[in-house]
Design a protein around this ligand. Sequence first.
Ligand code: KG4
Ligand code: ZN
Length: 355
Amino acid sequence: MEEITVLGIESSCDDTAAALVRVRIGSGGARGPGEILSSVVIGQEGLHAGFGGVVPEIAARAHAERLDLAVEAALAEAGCGLGGVDLVGVTAGPGLIGGVLSGVMCAKGIAFGAGLPLIGVNHLEGHALTPRLTDGIGAPYLLLLVSGGHCQLIEVAAPCRYKRLGGSIDDAPGEAFDKIAKLLGLGYPGGPEVEREALSGDETRFAFPRPLIERTGFDMSFSGLKTAVLRARDDLVAVAGGITVADRADLCASFQAAARDLLAAKTRAAMVNLASGGAHPVGARRLAVAGGVAANRAIRGALEAAAAETGFSFHAPPLALCTDNGAMIAWAAAERWALGERGGEITARPRWPLD
Ligand code: KG4
Ligand code: ZN
């Protein structure tokens, strides 16, 4: 059993992140759980708050200014220098290209200067493999990846082998959370704000649609839901001239309930399908969630209940590893290293589907 220490670098959206992870590598590949020696995330919420979304140009500049600081802090927190690192992994896409390029250039400089191998990682793969880093689960497993830019149900057949089963045909749920927060005068990122408001709201007050919930297959839609929330708010404003604190909480609760129901119903359908087709035999029935929206407690709870009902075990990373971080990039690089990949040219890609 070999042990390697991996530096992971992430800068594809609005978090500048670096981490050191120690990974055991056996004959069958990387063995989880990995040991996270350090994980530093420098957020940019303050820089984008006034815009209600990430401004690519501002994000890229901030990454370029802070990537070295994040790496330095990660090394210091782990108590090692670059001499203690065996491999560098960096997000090479998909994402905002200015940020991705900043990360790739930083990683190339470090790898070249320190004489280390460098692997370009797909950001989605980082999220997809996080349950192996945190829980050490084996494959196959069903993964629901829900973030600000993505919403996919993926079958992880083996490490680094994916089959997309379905997902959102329009907006990602995180994007819907962010837009609704903006609409209701809440802060950015919107997910945690809407979740907090929803705690005191009545989820039955507005009957928002659950688009495509009745249709067979695993596709979902969130743009109609977003429009319905907008209309409900406009109706309240037209009648009363504004919305009250209670109105806002009820809108958030009703929206979150619709998103929760839709995600849980489609994930449940995918579990039933994989179990009945024999793709996931008893003992290998595992549901994992990843991505920023997986930090939402109401959504996690509904998914956990659906898993229990269908005989699947449930794996949700700790909240800090649901949102973007460097540890998941380090782990994904180690998985690829364990499969024999040794790096090479890196192409920064704004789009890069998993399968
Ligand atoms: O995975 P992530 O950090 O970045 C992307 O790759 O997109 O996800 C960020 C997204 C944002 O849209 C944010 O509003 C959402 O995840 N999010 C949440 C929660 N925490 C973060 N959505 C709902 N509830 C939350 N608690
Ligand atoms: Zn992400």
